[in-house]
Write a protein that binds this ligand. Structure first.
Ligand SMILES: Cc1ncc(COP(=O)(O)O)c(C=O)c1O
Length: 406
């Protein structure tokens, strides 16, 4: 199929719910993907953060091939060797005390399970989430998500979800009632603009939850698996969540969701109260086992810390050169650059020049590259952004006389 025909076919038959970029990606390796014409791109979107170990990591590919020849499908009602291996690995790297896992197929599903778990375990209904939060788009997860553009068309949502201003312990305290089951929070808000919480917030939140007997649910779907420089972002703080959700990168790019909880919490779910047909299928489990081995053997969280610091410093250099940038923020290789204007034009120009980058809200560029990205690839990304910003600056100066005050 030609590039044009591929695009036309997707546009014709696929639900029109993705803001499509006009490229047809056909293969990838490490931090690089290629389009149907052979053009190379440095992938700072990492397929929305799923490619922590890089595209088509040879060990993940090998594990998938080997497992595909043995067994692809095995429902959770039967035991399976690879699934057992994966569960053991997950618990061995999970924060202390989180030792029981529900396996599903996506981030939203991981959150759905956490919500059900919190309600069943506590016998209470209220869930407190943050303004600006993103937890997915299925009805339960959507009820915890903040953005009105995602929520409003689907009301009424699940009742008893409350949103409070983020990073504000007093507002959380005020929102608690004797019907509150849990607080759900992203350690770093991803979709919400790459927002790292202020010092003391996570510890304070943990303390409030412990004091009031409320469950703390961490949504590490985007921050988990090495992205921020630790295996889980919660390790940056001295906190102990009751339930942790992960997904995206866990299986080297295949669909997976994890809800990891303390055993006595997970045990409140009885047979049949929660399940999903594909959850824990051997093919995905084999990929996830390999991806976890790669994460640990290649020291990827440490690499994210070192290269993330380098990338952030280089972005800050751009900020000092270009007045268009308002702020650079993030942790590890989860970085955001806030501009004084909408970033779509920058995203499209970058794409044209061989760099894939995401947005996080209208004004923020988001970088979630594979953790195997090389320093010289980061330098190339910086150089592309530098050239784009120079052009943007001169375009804006010539077209907007009052720009000086922007
Ligand atoms: C923090 C967070 N939670 C949940 C989700 C939903 O994950 P999925 O798209 O796999 O359903 C996302 C997706 O971006 C996310 O970033």
């Amino acid at each position: 199929m030609s590039e044009k025909l591929i695009m036309e076919t997707e546009d014709k038959f696929m639900a029109n719910v993705y803001a499509k970029r006009p490229v047809v990606i056909t293969h990838g390796k490490g931090a690089v993907v290629w389009d149907v014409n052979g053009k190379e791109y440095i992938d700072c979107g990492g397929s929305y953060g799923t490619c922590v170990v890089g595209h088509c990591h040879p060990k993940v590919v090998e594990a998938i091939k080997r497992q595909a020849e043995r067994l692809i499908s095995c429902h959770g009602s039967l035991y399976n060797d690879v699934r057992a291996k994966l569960l053991e690995k997950i618990v061995s790297i999970a924060p202390k005390g989180l030792n029981k896992v529900f396996l599903s197929n996506s981030g939203a599903e991981a959150v759905e399970c956490a919500i059900k778990l919190a309600r069943k375990f506590t016998g209470k209904t209220e869930i407190i989430a943050m303004m600006g939060a993103f937890h997915g788009k299925t009805m339960g997860a959507l009820s915890a998500t903040w953005d009105r553009k995602y929520r409003d068309p689907f009301k009424p949502l699940v009742p008893d979800f409350k949103h409070v201003p983020p990073d504000n312990l007093e507002k959380i305290k005020e929102a608690l009632t004797d019907r509150t089951a849990a607080v759900i929070v992203e350690p770093i808000r991803g979709e919400g603009g790459i927002r790292v919480p202020p010092e003391g917030f996570m510890e304070g939140l943990d303390e409030i939850c412990k004091e009031k007997g409320i469950l703390l649910i961490l949504d590490e779907v985007q921050t988990g698996f090495g992205r921020t420089g630790k295996i889980f972002a919660c390790e940056h703080w001295n906190i102990s969540p009751d339930i942790l959700c992960a997904a995206k990168s866990v299986a080297g790019g295949l669909p997976i969701g994890l809800t990891i909880a303390r055993d006595y919490i997970m045990e409140c779910l009885k047979i049949g109260e929660h399940s999903t047909t594909y959850g824990g299928n051997p093919l995905v489990c084999a990929a996830a086992c390999a991806a976890i081995d790669v994460l640990l053997d290649e020291g990827l969280p440490g690499r994210a810390a070192v290269l993330g610091k380098y990338f952030k410093e280089r972005l800050q250099e751009l900020q000092s050169k270009h007045r268009l940038i308002r702020e650079v923020r993030g942790l590890g290789l989860m970085l955001g650059v806030e501009f004084k204007f909408e970033v779509l034009s920058i995203i499209m120009k970058a794409l044209d020049r061989g760099v894939i980058v995401l947005d996080a809200g209208k004004n923020v560029l988001r970088f979630l590259p594979p953790l195997v990205i090389e320093k010289d690839q980061i330098d190339q990304v910086i150089s592309v952004l530098d050239s784009i910003l120079k052009e943007e600056e001169s375009d804006r100066l010539s077209s907007t006389p009052s720009y000086k005050n922007a």
